[in-house]
Design a protein around this ligand. Structure first.
Ligand SMILES: *Cc1c(COP(=O)(O)O)cnc(C)c1O
Length: 351
C-alpha cells in the first residue's frame, strides 16, 4: 500500500528532463544580471503573460511581498478577499516587512471579489484619517475557494475600478496556468489588465524552487531592488531557471489531467455519507470538502486518513483539502476514494 499524498501540488518532484536541463544549464551571476538561463526564463514568462519584464524569485510568498513593497509605503493599505493566501498563509509578512495594513473584502467560500466590492473598499488618499489604498490583490486560481477561477472579464472589471482611482492591481497567480487551462484561454488574457502578476514554478508545474513576477520594466527594476534587500538576490540561479523553462514547455497542457482527476475525486467524495461537497463547483485541481462533525473533528479525521496512508490538508474548521498533481493518477484517486470511504465508515462505527 503506497502513500497517496494529496496535501498539495507543491509535493511534485522535478522531471528527468528538468534534472538534465538543470545539470546542463548555462549560468552566470544573476545579481549582475548575467545568468543567461534566468534571463531567458524571465523574458519567456513576461512574454507569455503579456508584460514587459520578469523577475525570478525564491517563492510565491516572496513575489507577493515584493509587489507590496514596490507599491506601498509604511502605513498604506492593501485590499484583498478574506480568503486570500496573502492574508492567511504568508506569516503576516505584509504587515511585518512592508508595514502595511490589510483590508479584507468578505468572500463566500465559492465567491470571488467583484468590482463593486473593490470600489467600496478603496479609500481616499487625501484624508488624513484614513490609510491610503495602494494595491488591490487578486488571486487566480483561489486556493481557499476550492481552486476557483476568475475570468478575464471579472479581472478586467476589478482593474478598471482600481485604475480609475489610481490604485495598482497585483495578481497572485500562483496557479494562473491552472486557470488558463481550465478556462481554455491563453494565460495572457488573465494577466493583461493587471499591473503585475506572479506565478509559482514549484507547484503543479513540478519545479523544485521558484516563482516569477512579471510587470512593467520600471516595476520589475524596483522589485529587483527589494528582492536584494530581503536577501533574495541569488547568484547562479540558472540551475533553477532551467527547470522553469522545461516546465513552461512541458508542464502546462498536462494540468487538464489534474483537473479531470480532481473532478472525479470530488464526485466520489460527494457520494460518501458524512462528507459535504458540491462536485460541480470544482474547476481545477483543488478539492475542499466538509466532514460532518458527527463523523469526526477535522484534525481527527485527518489523522485517521494519515493512518490509512492518504495525506490531506486542513484549511480550517470542519474543512479538508485534497489537491491533485502530476504524481496522482486516476487509479490513485480511486484508491484514495475507497480508503476515504472506509475511514469515514470506521469513524462513524466508533462513535
Ligand atoms: C502557494 C501559494 C502562494 C505562495 O507560494 P510559496 O511558493 O509557497 O511561497 C501564494 N499564493 C497562493 C494562492 C498559493 O497557493
Amino acid at each position: 500500500m503506497a502513500i497517496i499524498d494529496l496535501r498539495s501540488d507543491t509535493v511534485t518532484k522535478p522531471t528527468d528532463e528538468m534534472r538534465r536541463a538543470m545539470a546542463a544549464a548555462e549560468v552566470g551571476d544573476d545579481v549582475y544580471g548575467e545568468d543567461p538561463s534566468v534571463n531567458e526564463l524571465q523574458e519567456q514568462a513576461a512574454s507569455m503573460l503579456g508584460h514587459e519584464a520578469g523577475l525570478l524569485t525564491a517563492s510565491g510568498t516572496m513575489s507577493n511581498l515584493l509587489a507590496t513593497l514596490t507599491y506601498c509605503n509604511h502605513g498604506d493599505e492593501i485590499v484583498m478577499g478574506d480568503q486570500a493566501h496573502m492574508f492567511w498563509n504568508e506569516g503576516g509578512g505584509q504587515a511585518a516587512l512592508a508595514g502595511v495594513q490589510t483590508r479584507l473584502i468578505p468572500q463566500s467560500a465559492s465567491g470571488g471579489i467583484n468590482a463593486g466590492d473593490v470600489a467600496r473598499n478603496i479609500r481616499s488618499t487625501g484624508n488624513p484619517h484614513v490609510a491610503a489604498t495602494k494595491m488591490i490583490c487578486l488571486e487566480n486560481t483561489q486556493n481557499r475557494c476550492s481552486g476557483m477561477v476568475m475570468t478575464p472579464a471579472e479581472t478586467k472589471a476589478v482593474c478598471d475600478v482600481a485604475h480609475g482611482s489610481g490604485v495598482a492591481v497585483h495578481l497572485d497567480g500562483a496557479r494562473i496556468f491552472n486557470a488558463s487551462v481550465a478556462l481554455e484561454v491563453p494565460v495572457a488574457e488573465l494577466t493583461r489588465d493587471v499591473d503585475d502578476a506572479s506565478f509559482c514554478l514549484s507547484k503543479a508545474l513540478s519545479c523544485p524552487v521558484g516563482s516569477v513576477l512579471v510587470g512593467s520594466k520600471e516595476f520589475i527594476k524596483e522589485a529587483a531592488r527589494w528582492r536584494k534587500m530581503v536577501g533574495g538576490g541569488m547568484r547562479q540561479a540558472g540551475v533553477l531557471a532551467a527547470a522553469g523553462l522545461v516546465a513552461l514547455d512541458t508542464m502546462v497542457d498536462r494540468l487538464a489531467e489534474d483537473h479531470q482527476i480532481a473532478r472525479r475525486l470530488a464526485e466520489g467524495l460527494a457520494n460518501i455519507d458524512g462528507i459535504t461537497l458540491d462536485a460541480d463547483s470544482i474547476q481545477t485541481n483543488i478539492v475542499i470538502f466538509d466532514i460532518d462533525e458527527k463523523v469526526a473533528k477535522a484534525p481527527d479525521f485527518i489523522k485517521a486518513m494519515a493512518s490509512a496512508e492518504v495525506l490531506v490538508s486542513y484549511p480550517g474548521e470542519q474543512s479538508v483539502r485534497m489537491v491533485t498533481h502530476r504524481h496522482i493518477s486516476a487509479d490513485d484517486a480511486e484508491e484514495a476514494l475507497s480508503r476515504t470511504s472506509k475511514v469515514v465508515r470506521e469513524l462513524q462505527a466508533a462513535r
